[in-house]
Every structure is written in structure tokens, then in C-alpha cells.
Design a protein around this ligand. Structure first.
Ligand code: FE
Length: 138
């Protein structure tokens, strides 16, 4: 896929500040690009209607309408909620060529996007539950 970096209205805080406002597990995943254990996240099987937002800054990221069961062990979506909400960067760590996805607003790590998703996009946004909060649709 095309790699692009979009400047949104940025939230920039020193890492020391993130460390105080996030839990240790959130900090490890969001700020240190960690990964939660597969099949353990609170949103993996979650099926409510609403909007998934960045756990660090509240930026809207995914609609529940685009969530699907990927079998991967992590919440999976086939599309971002809107253009410019997510940044994409090449990640060549661990001997793999992957595209990392980041919150465009606060640069927190969300997960990765792969090309083995369902129609209509063929994308699989593979996201840590820890990186997400959920706003239920009333
Ligand atoms: Fe964010």
C-alpha cells in the first residue's frame, strides 16, 4: 500500500507525561510499540455499535461497522473511519516487512495493517485492544 504521513492537529507531550497519564501496559503498547498477547484483548470479540478511538488521545479511528472476525487474536477492521486519522509507516523490525499504524494525532502505536483483509478494501487493520477505547452509539 501507499505509505503516507499526514499532519493532523498534533498532540505532543514529553514521554514522561505519557508515562504518568497511561497505565504501564498502555504505555508499553502505545508509546513503546508493544503488542498485547493474542486473544486476550477486551475488544477482540466486542460487537457493540459505536466508534473506536485512540486510548491515548480520543482521536476517532474505526467504526464498529468495519470490524470483522479475522481469527488473528486482535480486533480487526477493514477500513479507517476517515482519511487522515491514521498514519502509516514502514516497519522492518523482527525481520518482517510490515506497515505500522499510528494515531495521526498523538503518534501512539495502534498495530499494523496487512493486505489480507475482506472486501471492499482488502485491508486488515490489526489493532491492540489496549490502544483503543470505545464510544457506544446511543
Ligand atoms: Fe492518539
Amino acid at each position: 500500500m501507499k505509505v503516507k504521513k499526514i499532519m493532523a492537529d498534533k498532540i505532543q507531550k514529553p514521554e514522561s507525561e505519557w508515562q504518568t497519564c497511561l497505565t504501564p501496559e498502555e504505555y508499553r503498547i502505545l508509546r513503546e510499540k508493544g503488542t498485547e498477547a493474542a486473544f486476550t484483548g477486551e475488544y477482540y470479540h466486542y460487537k457493540e455499535n459505536g466508534t473506536y478511538v485512540c486510548a491515548a488521545c480520543g482521536n476517532e479511528l474505526f467504526s464498529s461497522k468495519t470490524k470483522y472476525e479475522s481469527g488473528s487474536g486482535w480486533p480487526s477492521f477493514y477500513e479507517a473511519i476517515a482519511e487522515g486519522k491514521i498514519n502509516y509507516i514502514e516497519d522492518n523490525s523482527l525481520g518482517m516487512k510490515r506497515i505500522e499504524i499510528l494515531c495521526a494525532k498523538c503518534d501512539s502505536h495502534l498495530g499494523h495493517v496487512f493486505n489480507d483483509g475482506p472486501k471492499p478494501t482488502g485491508k486488515r487493520y490489526c489493532v491492540n485492544s489496549v490502544s483503543l477505547d470505545f464510544n457506544k452509539k446511543e
